[in-house]
Ligand binder design. Structure first.
Ligand code: MG
Length: 376
């Protein structure tokens, strides 16, 4: 029997059970005529993944922490599938640097990567952008700020760009100078005013480390220098980011605070398709605030600039040090303000050359963790 010809785009979703993954599956389910979910992966919540993919009965499912006697395919099978003709797009929503091997495999095969894992660009930006360029792979940023910048750069000449303005909600403490950051508890830090996200990113928003990571991500995604990236506090999170041009014009991208929007844009780029979320209502009065960040209280932003000036493996150290510092903070071993201090200390011993192998990434991580673990 001949199978009917299926010309839909095959998509692999890495990290299907996290917040970006779930939103991606919802977007794919809303466009069944255009996309075919080829496979979805999760770290450990296989039951949840089965439930989330019930609209896609033919999708293959992978679980990183699969039981020993499992008949489920393994990581090698995922990498093989990513490289195959059945897949056009890989949505990478795995948290952390573990995503790197999948991103590289996709780019090496010339695939389109919708990238939500900022750590990949932070730790291995030079390596990843090089592979994309050489192999014809394309990186589309899902991170809402970078997706906004990507949209604001549409059709413009790179040389006309003067500055990228990343907007930042400020997290729970920026608007409260009376809060002594030394005494902030994990419970307080985990309350985020605008977005409902996972633990790591919520803590990163509270320290402004998330914005620091995004400065590094923007530098690699858009080939921007340290002077070309600014941060502006915008508590309403309606303007997702802006690009200032050399003639003084500023293009801003705004819209509802729903991650389905940037995900859908990356999936359908360069097309725009109808979406089904509550739009901004300009018939109602509203006001949007913009204010400069308090870089004294939140030194993470300046630290990111230092990482850009240092180059080499500083990004990989920065990322790994932050991961362990967050864990130590959650375990009540270090204070909230010491998260950024330990990362700063770890940077001092960052290897000079940019990582070009998994061994070098691991070495930078090990170096960073040694310093953070020894703090106090
Ligand atoms: Mg973001």
């Amino acid at each position: 029997m001949n199978m009917p010809f299926d010309d839909r785009e095959g998509v692999v979703v890495l990290g299907g059970t996290g917040s970006i993954g779930r939103n991606t599956l919802a977007v794919l389910a809303s466009m069944p005529e255009r996309f075919r979910l080829e496979a979805a992966t999760c770290r450990c919540s296989l039951e949840k993944l089965v439930d989330l993919t019930k609209d896609f009965p033919f999708a293959k499912l992978f679980c990183a922490e699969r039981p020993q006697d499992s008949t489920l395919p393994d990581e090698e099978a995922v990498l093989e599938l990513i490289g195959s003709d059945r897949v056009k797009t890989v949505v990478c929503a795995i948290q952390g640097i573990g995503a790197l091997k999948f991103v590289l495999a996709a780019l090496e095969a010339g695939k389109r990567v919708c990238l939500a894992t900022k750590e990949v660009m932070v730790a291995a930006g030079e390596w990843v952008t090089d592979v994309a360029r050489k192999c014809g792979g394309k990186i589309l940023p899902v991170d809402s700020e970078h997706c906004a910048v990507f949209q604001c750069l549409n059709g413009e000449k790179k040389a006309a760009m003067k500055k990228i303005w990343l907007t930042c909600s400020g997290g729970p403490f920026h608007a409260h100078p009376e809060v002594d950051l030394h005494f902030v508890t994990p419970e307080q830090a985990l309350r985020h005013p605008t977005w409902n996200m996972g633990t790591k990113i919520t803590l990163d928003c509270a320290t402004l480390m998330n914005k620091a990571l995004e400065i590094l991500e923007a530098a690699w995604l858009f080939g921007a220098t340290e002077e070309q990236i600014g941060v502006v506090i915008h508590p309403q999170s309606m303007v997702h980011s802006m690009v200032e041009y050399r003639d003084g014009a500023v293009l801003a991208q705004c819209g509802p605070t729903d991650m389905k929007l940037p995900i859908q844009y990356c999936l359908t780029h360069p097309e725009r398709c109808p979406a089904f979320m509550k739009p901004l209502d300009f018939t109602q009065a509203m006001h949007w605030d913009f204010l400069p960040p308090d870089t004294k209280r939140f030194p993470a932003l300046e630290l990111a600039r230092k990482v850009l000036r240092m180059g080499g493996a500083a990004g990989a150290v920065f990322n790994a040090a932050n991961d362990l510092a967050l864990t130590r903070f959650l375990n009540h071993e270090i204070a909230f303000d010491e998260i950024v201090q330990t990362v700063a200390a770890a940077l001092e011993s960052a290897p000079r050359s940019a990582p070009r192998s998994f061994e070098e990434i691991a070495a930078a991580k090990e170096q960073a963790e040694k310093v953070v673990a020894a703090w106090r």
